[in-house]
Design a protein around this ligand. Structure first.
Ligand code: FA5
Length: 219
């Protein structure tokens, strides 16, 4: 029952931040370094994550809502082995009656097993995002050592792969959804980072340099 949802890469500041409970002066805006588009009073930017699609979907679709949104996002990050200024995320959002943290955990467990293999388990760690409460960072048990500790998982047995949480009631209310009756969960993962883990790629720049020897490894 999941649908693929879409949204613009040139996004309004409102969808990218305000609709996600990130106020103009909130320090959380600085968590994501943003490319603003001139003129400044147009309040347009290159979306810094796929999360603005959450509000777009909530405003236009019927409940219950089950969507994923794969897409390109932009940040003023310096180019290095694990960061590019243009990268891709996959957003997930579920809103309906009786949606709980257990549903989030079960969904994430399934995603991780499909992506990294049946033997993988997940670990949820408390975290902070203004648009989810509670918020978690999601770790997958290391697929190289199985959790014993190695160079891939930096000897911890776990690898962080995405952010997630229960949709903040304020976000539901901003879209006109009754937060007493409905609840939801959301998650967002970095596509390149997941591909790097899965295929043992140690430098993200390989995806964008256009060197055919890079692509040919995956034939
Ligand atoms: C977010 O962007 C939140 N929107 C995720 C979210 C969605 C949380 C829904 C809760 C509910 P964060 O800034 O941590 O979170 O980015 C998510 C992922 O994008 C990171 O885990 C990482 O895999 C990837 N990422 C972030 N910056 C870069 C970059 N410069 N290059 C490549 N991947 C990146």
């Amino acid at each position: 029952g999941w649908e693929v949802a879409d949204g613009p890469e040139l996004e309004s500041e409102w969808y990218n931040f305000d609709a996600l409970n990130i106020k103009p002066d909130h320090p959380a805006r600085e968590m994501q370094d943003t490319f603003y588009v001139e003129p400044k009073n147009a309040h347009l930017l290159l979306r810094t994550h796929t999360s603005p699609v959450q509000m777009r979907a909530m405003l236009t679709r019927e409940l219950p809502l089950y969507i994923v949104c794969p897409g390109q996002v932009y940040r003023t990050d310096e180019l290095d082995a694990t960061h590019t200024p243009v990268f891709h995320q996959i957003e997930g959002l579920v809103v309906g009656e009786n949606i709980s943290m257990a549903n989030l955990q079960g969904t994430l467990q399934l995603i991780v097993q499909k992506m990294f293999g049946q033997d993988r388990s997940i670990r949820l760690r408390p975290s902070y995002f203004p648009f989810t409460e509670p918020s978690v960072e999601v770790d997958v048990s290391c697929f190289k050592c199985g959790g014993a500790g190695c160079n891939v998982c930096k000897k911890t047995g776990w690898i962080e792969i995405m952010g997630a949480g229960m949709v903040h009631p304020r976000v539901l209310e901003m879209s006109g959804i009754d937060a007493e009756k409905y609840s939801g969960f959301a998650f967002g993962l970095g596509q390149e980072r997941v591909a790097m883990l899965r295929y043992g790629i140690n430098d993200i720049r390989g995806f964008y340099q256009g060197d055919i020897r890079f692509s040919q490894q995956f034939k």
